[in-house]
Design a protein around this ligand. Structure first.
Ligand code: ATP
Ligand code: MG
Length: 430
């Protein structure tokens, strides 16, 4: 026998039994984004490799070692997107949407990073990416954070905490970088291999180390907050005041940095203690330099990326996703003529009762077997079509969720009768 084909390591199938939480998140978030005036845009999953090198930055984990990069048949170097902000920025520039405009956009879909697969960390994972381009803030920063806060409330997720920091302008970061370099060089012997590598490329990334052995050294490092420029300081203070006014709780974490180079000023992250080591569920910040870095006129931006798999797990834990919706009616056919009629009657019911769920018994089977399937489907009513009854122009309807006899109904009145019975059974379509 040939070997069974498996999915690529770190890339998951999402099965019908799991999809409820996904759809719940997607539905709630879509509604919320619409409420806040964000519009959806869809960008390709594949981009030129250069886009990510120029935006995310050469000395980041993503670009250094996590990208799925390949040469296509035409010899172009292409990459499966590791995140969506770069693609969105490219899209608004390339489609001429910028020109001083103020854009509120979102996209969602799979992202790809060649990381070590583990709980909460995959090679294909999914993000919702929410971006406001053309707003200098800090009002838009605050509104974005309010959107996120409202999302947790709507999803019934309580175990998340908001961390906040400011990275300042890139000039301020250069000054801070110099101070950090001095500090870490003085302690070079205590750095792990990852941090050694970051020391030459991007010493800020050392602060993002997940190695507990590096904790003490990092905790004693100089603070970015002490090197902030005046404008960034004011921006951050204004943001904090706006959040205070909204009653949104946050913790200022002067060690919070992001793994992508394009961030400046505000950075934030919602973390949870419910998922073990992978504690970041939604991460974002300002990227005032990104659009210019990609060759267009300087345009501020701010956004966040939500890790769908991690939030889905929180929804699962909270048990707020709801069960899959069973059909309202299961259609059973007994006899050769009835079997021929069942498809037509089911179609008529679907026209008359849209959104209710009419499931027809497929593949035949004796009456008993069909009834068992009707029961297992979770339907509220069984509609029974029999040859003799059809001869008289009637069908039988029987409640399935309680002890009750069946009653006959003339075919033209079937939809009305079913609607009425569903009401009597207090059946809701949601
Ligand atoms: P982490 O610190 O967990 O590596 P990150 O800083 O690389 O995250 P971002 O690039 O900011 O994360 O991505 C935003 C969100 O996407 C994260 O908060 C997380 O929820 C999710 N995420 C990132 N990488 C993965 C992955 N490999 N698998 C699943 N979710 C991920
Ligand atoms: Mg990462």
């Amino acid at each position: 026998m040939s070997k069974q084909l498996q999915a690529v390591r770190g890339m998951n199938d999402i099965l019908p039994a799991q999809i409820g939480a996904w759809q719940h998140l997607e539905q709630v978030l879509r509604g919320l984004l619409q409420d806040y005036g964000y519009e959806e845009l869809r960008v390709p999953v594949v981009e030129r490799t250069e886009l990510f090198r120029r935006s995310i930055g050469e000395f980041t984990d993503i670009v250094e070692k996590e990208m799925y990069t390949f040469e296509d048949a035409g010899g172009d170097s292409l990459t499966l997107r590791p995140e969506a902000t770069a693609g969105i920025a490219r899209a608004v520039i390339a489609n001429g949407l910028l020109r001083g405009a103020r854009l509120k956009l979102w996209t969602s879909g799979p992202m790809f990073r060649h990381e070590r697969p583990q709980q909460g960390r995959f090679r294909q994972f999914h993000q919702f990416s929410v971006e406001a381009i053309g707003f200098a803030g800090p009002d838009v920063d605050a509104e974005l954070i309010a959107l996120g806060t409202r999302l947790w409330a709507r999803l019934g997720i309580a175990r998340v905490r908001l961390l906040l920091n400011s990275l300042g302008t890139s000039a301020a970061r250069q000054r801070y970088r110099a101070a950090l370099l001095d500090y870490f060089r003085a302690h070079a012997g205590a750095l792990d291999a990852d941090s050694q590598r970051r020391l030459t490329g991007n010493p800020l990334r050392i602060l993002d180390s997940k190695n507990p052995g590096m904790r003490a050294l990092i905790d004693a490092a100089p603070l970015l907050t002490d090197h902030l420029d005046e404008e960034s300081r004011a921006h951050f203070a204004a943001l904090c005041a706006l959040l205070d006014g909204l009653g949104i709780a946050y913790t200022i974490n002067p060690r919070l940095v992001r793994g992508l180079d394009y961030y400046s000023r505000t950075v934030f992250e919602w973390v949870t203690d419910a998922l073990g080591a992978q504690d970041a569920v939604c991460s974002g910040g300002r990227y005032d330099g990104l659009v210019e870095q990609l060759g267009a006129e300087p345009t501020p931006g701010v956004g966040f990326a939500l890790g769908v798999e991690r939030v889905v797990e929180l929804i699962r834990q909270a048990g707020t996703a709801g069960e899959p919706r069973p059909p309202a009616v299961y259609v059973i056919a007994s006899g050769a003529r009835a079997a021929g009629q069942a498809l037509l009657v089911s179609e008529q019911l679907r026209s008359a009762l849209p959104g209710l769920g009419v499931q027809m018994n497929l593949g035949g089977g004796n009456f008993k077997a069909q009834f068992r399937r009707a029961d297992r489907s979770g339907a509220c009513l069984a509609l029974i079509l029999g040859d003799a009854e059809l001869e008289r122009g009637v069908a039988a309807v029987k409640p399935l969720r309680r002890e009750a006899g069946q009653s006959e109904c003339a075919l033209p009145e079937l939809a009305d009768r079913i609607r009425k019975m569903l009401e009597e059974e207090s059946w809701t379509s949601t």
